[in-house]
Structure formats: C-alpha cells, structure tokens
Design a protein around this ligand. Structure first.
Ligand code: AMP
Length: 283
C-alpha cells in the first residue's frame, strides 16, 4: 500500500492504472475509520482492480461554529486498518495541497440540498460537492462508494455526477450499525457514557416508525409526533430535525399516510454532538 500526498502524483498514478486497462474503485473519507468505512472499501475491492481511499478532513464543508478543529484524527490507526484490507493507495493530501490560497471555484448542487442537513448546515453540501468533484478529477475512479448513512450526501453526489457528466458510477452502501443499533460514525467518539446511551434514541425512532407502519399506523403526522416524543423524553438530546420525505427529491411530506417508499431522516444533538440517521419506510 502506498500513501500519496500530492495531487499530480495521484493523477499520474491513476492515468497509469487506466493505461493498463485496470479499473479504479474510490472511497472518499474524512478518516478515523470504522466498519462503516470498511464496508465501502470491501465493496470496492470486490468490484474493481485498484482501490484508492482518500483521507481528508475537508475544511470547507464545516460551518464556522462546527467541529472542524476537534474532528477526530488518527492517521496511523487508519493506515494500518486500510493495509489489512488490502487497499492499494491512500490519498492523504494537506489542506494547502487541496486549496490554494486564492481558491475560488465551487460546485453548487441545488434542489436536493435545500432541506434536511442542507437547511441546518448552510454551505455544507457546497463544500462536499466541491471536494468530491475535485477528488474525482484527481483519482479518476470508475466507481465511487458512499454510505447511505449520509443519505442526502449520496443523493447530492449522484445528482452532481449526472448533471456534470462525471464518467463515474456512484454506488450507495447500507448503513453499518453497532450491535445495539447505533449507526457507526467517527463522531460517536465524542459521546460520554451517558450520551452514548441517549444516542440510541435515533435507532429507537427508526424501529418505532417501522413498527407503526407495520401495524397500520401510517399517518405521517402521528409517526413524527411519536418520534419527537420519544426523543424529547431522552436525556441530553435536542432535535435538529425529524422529517419524512421523498427519497429521490428529498422534498418533505407532512400530511397523509406512508404510501410506497419514503425516507425517514433524523438529526439530533446528543450533548454537543450532532448525530444523523435514516431509514426507508415502506407503506
Ligand atoms: P466520513 O468519513 O464520515 O466522511 O464518511 C465517509 C464515507 O463513509 C461516506 O460515504 C459515509 O456515508 C460512509 N459512512 C460513514 N458511516 C457509515 C456507516 N455507519 N455505514 C455505512 N457507511 C458509512
């Protein structure tokens, strides 16, 4: 496994790989890896000839009051996890390598970024789309793997790839959870023991919604009210949003019954840590 820190070196390598008619699978991450990330790596290893994982905490996707400076980092640990998985290259650039001081071009995906995290985190998806677009131009993958954990991110990247004609197949992978149901996340490392217990309210909300739908209680207002009550009764929590929406457009659906596939999406502060989760409800 090789660690590449320079953009032009990564581009040269990718051109060489392609010249030899080999396919490139790409997994973009912000590091502090867990089984969720590794599930993407394993899918790439299975589908493609050469797997590239990027580790880059992208400053432009964090708001001014967000956790950029304390975002967890442990490159040595990540490196040894990826080595064990048989990854071929880690792309590990510095911020200066990715963003020149007078950097002035961004990618703005409209529509699907308006609601959910896009409403709570202004500028977040512009930062995500821009860095992913740059990484696609640097790594030049055939396939790129993203987790459904960040459902809105996956929808946004698919839209960007379609609209801007990136010759890349985007593959969404299911959410990997801890044994008790908490969705794996690098940010779970912020949680105290008590907060970790409270964090389960996101998964419990999904289970509650699924059970309601299963026994015929499909009214969207009733489901949202039941979830909000569950979370309000959980210590250390504050709801950012609980929404049901169209899984393609991410438009909110506020009335009526669950009919067909709908996305339940949640963002909850547990202490100071903002956690997200989602599930498809099928009515
Ligand atoms: P991050 O390092 O948080 O930017 O995540 C990198 C990639 O891993 C993104 O495509 C995430 O959606 C994906 N990912 C993060 N957590 C999980 C999880 N629990 N299950 C599946 N994929 C995940």
């Amino acid at each position: 496994m090789e660690i590449i820190t320079k953009v032009n070196q990564m581009q040269m390598l990718s051109k060489d790989i392609k010249k030899n008619s080999k396919t490139i699978g790409f997994v973009p991450t912000m590091g502090y890896l867990h089984e969720g990330h590794l599930s993407l790596v394993r899918a790439s290893k299975k589908d493609t000839d050469v797997t590239v994982v990027s580790i880059f905490v992208n400053p432009i996707q964090f708001g001014p009051k967000e956790d950029l400076s304390r975002y967890p980092r442990d490159f040595e640990r990540d490196r040894s996890m990826l080595e064990k998985e048989g990854v071929d290259y880690i792309f590990y650039p510095s911020v200066e390598e990715m963003y020149q001081a007078d950097f002035s071009t961004t990618i703005n995906v409209e529509g699907v970024t308006k609601n959910l995290c896009g409403a709570s985190r202004p500028g977040h998806f512009r930062g995500v789309a821009t860095v992913v677009g740059k990484l696609f131009n640097i790594v030049m993958p055939d396939k790129a793997y993203f987790g459904e954990k960040d459902f809105q991110q996956l929808v946004t990247i698919k839209r960007m790839v379609r609209d801007l004609n990136f010759p890349i197949e985007i593959i969404g992978m299911p959410i990997v959870r801890e044994k008790d149901g908490l969705a794996m996340s690098s940010r779970n490392s912020y949680l105290s023991e008590e907060e970790r217990e409270s964090a389960l309210c996101l998964y419990k909300s999904i289970i509650l919604a699924r059970e309601m739908v299963k026994c015929g209680k499909k009214n969207i207002k009733d489901i949202l009210n039941a979830i909000e009550e569950l979370i309000r009764n959980t210590p250390y929590t504050k709801i950012d949003y609980v929404k049901i929406c169209n899984p393609e457009t991410l438009e909110y659906i506020e009335d009526g019954d669950i009919d067909g596939k709908k996305l339940l999406a949640l963002a909850v502060f547990v202490g100071n840590t903002r956690l997200i989760d989602n599930a498809i409800l099928e009515g």
